[in-house]
Design a protein around this ligand. Structure first.
Ligand code: ADP
Ligand code: ZN
Length: 434
């Protein structure tokens, strides 16, 4: 398989995209047969590259699940001799045993091209100074985005995660214009700048790539406002390389999924059938350009929907909506299904609310209780009790309107809730523990 991803694929028309997808899907099926796992799977389903005549035929290919990938750990899914592998990455293990993905030099090159395409799309150029605040190491947000930035020619600072004081110093010393940062960490970093008596808006930052965990439109607005910079949503997962799978364009209305490199589907989680256009379901992705470890119809467990219709920017690669959460993020309390993002969406509209929040699911011996702890900005915490009580009440009411259940809202001081260096833990469920 030889790919020229970076040429003009970003602006292909629908016909060109689909023709290429079909050819690459067939090639990927051939490639996948180089490992026992897929050869047996495909034989059992009687699928060969010859039986795939149209893109709709993709539905004849069995799904691949995270469990499948785990069962083939570490290298059973290799479809090239191991000597051709130049790098491996793992998922960050947010939800259990990691999965290892191995890349050939060609895989690494096309990934870097995709990442560069995302960054170039939102106006990042070689004159920019790019500071990557993602953890490096096995986590793909480090090297994955790093290689994309270098491909554009940015001066790239591999700052790594955490250590806010050093991050701020680097931004100032090297006049960083673009950062890659976790949404939860962006507000924390802004808080540190303020604590030092400075205004985050005075920093030279103009663009942030923000992803790796779910966040809402309200949260985006906060980060943009805090730093006076544009925030673009970046989506990816280790199984599909990492970042560079889907990215927001300047229209900031959905993320373009790069369909020359992936076939995205949205399915009904329970039936596995395609979800009706525009409806929320589970995102399923097939790699089209991967040699080392091609993956067929991977069930991401991420919930989103396709955004129908053309994008204002003119690109025709399909758009997905921001991720609502993982299917396993949903919790059930008193018979009601709730996603943490529904809660975030409400609380982040209150200007008194600070950087952090925590959702607690508890059992008080009689019934389940939903508690929402919300950090309040210092300037509001000094208000008198009545004002705070009123705020507490109105947050609870607005939450009830959204999730149809009244939580116990607790206002806490800023910086009092636990922080993580990696992806934020938004929910603490102690209901089934003694
Ligand atoms: P892990 O599954 O261990 O967290 P990854 O580092 O591969 O490993 O993370 C990929 C996952 O991160 C995605 O499946 C998705 O749930 C989440 N994610 C990545 N980017 C975004 C984003 N922009 N919005 C929401 N969730 C995201
Ligand atoms: Zn667009």
């Amino acid at each position: 398989m030889q790919m020229e991803i970076f040429d003009t694929a970003e602006t292909w028309n629908r016909e060109r995209i689909e023709q290429t997808q079909l050819l690459r899907l067939k090639a990927t099926l051939e490639q996948a047969r180089n490992c026992v796992f897929y050869r047996e799977r495909l034989d059992a389903a009687r699928v060969t590259s010859g039986t795939i005549r149209s893109l709709d035929d993709i539905r004849r290919i069995p799904f691949t699940t995270k469990e499948d990938l785990r069962s083939q750990y570490p290298v059973n899914l290799l479809c090239v001799p191991q000597s051709e592998i130049v790098r491996m990455h793992c998922s960050s293990g947010t939800t259990g045993t990691p999965v290892a993905i191995c890349h050939t030099q060609n895989d690494i090159n096309s990934w870097a091209d995709l990442m560069a395409r995302c960054m170039y799309m939102v106006g990042i150029r070689r004159e920019d100074v790019f500071q990557n605040m993602s953890g490096y190491g096995l986590f793909t947000g480090g090297l994955g985005i790093h290689f994309g930035a270098e491909r554009i020619g940015c001066m790239t600072i591999p700052a790594g995660a955490g250590n806010s004081r050093r991050q701020i110093k680097l931004i100032k010393d090297f006049k960083t214009t673009v950062v890659h940062i976790l949404p939860s960490y962006a507000l924390i970093l802004g808080g540190h700048v303020r604590e030092a008596g400075e205004n985050p808006r005075d920093l030279p930052l103009r663009i942030a790539l923000v992803g790796a965990e779910p966040y809402t439109e309200e949260y985006r607005a906060r980060i943009e406002e805090l730093f006076a910079m544009k925030v673009y949503n970046s989506y990816g997962l280790s199984e599909m390389n990492g970042p560079g799978v889907a990215f927001e364009c300047p229209a900031q209305n959905g993320l373009h999924i790069w369909e020359d490199a992936y076939i995205p589907e949205i399915i009904n989680m329970n039936t596995g059938e395609p979800a009706p256009d525009g409806e929320v379901g589970e995102l399923v992705i097939t790699t089209l350009c991967r040699q080392g470890m091609p993956i067929l119809r991977y069930r991401t467990r991420d919930l989103t929907r396709f955004i129908p219709g053309p994008c204002a920017c003119g690109r025709v690669h399909r758009r997905m909506d921001r991720i609502l959460g993982r299917s396993d993020d949903m919790f059930v309390i008193k018979g009601v299904n709730v996603y943490p993002m529904q809660i975030e969406q409400v609380i982040m509209t209150f200007r008194e609310v600070g950087q952090n929040y925590l959702i607690l699911l508890e059992n008080d011996g009689i019934s389940d209780v939903l508690r929402v702890q919300v950090e309040i900005r210092d300037e509001f915490f000094v208000e008198d009790m009545r004002v705070l009580q009123k705020l507490q009440k109105s947050i609870a009411q607005r939450l009830r309107d959204e999730i149809l259940l009244t939580p116990r809202v607790e206002l806490v001081e800023s910086n009092s809730l636990p922080r993580t260096e990696g992806k934020a833990a938004r929910v603490l469920d102690t209901r089934h523990k003694k």
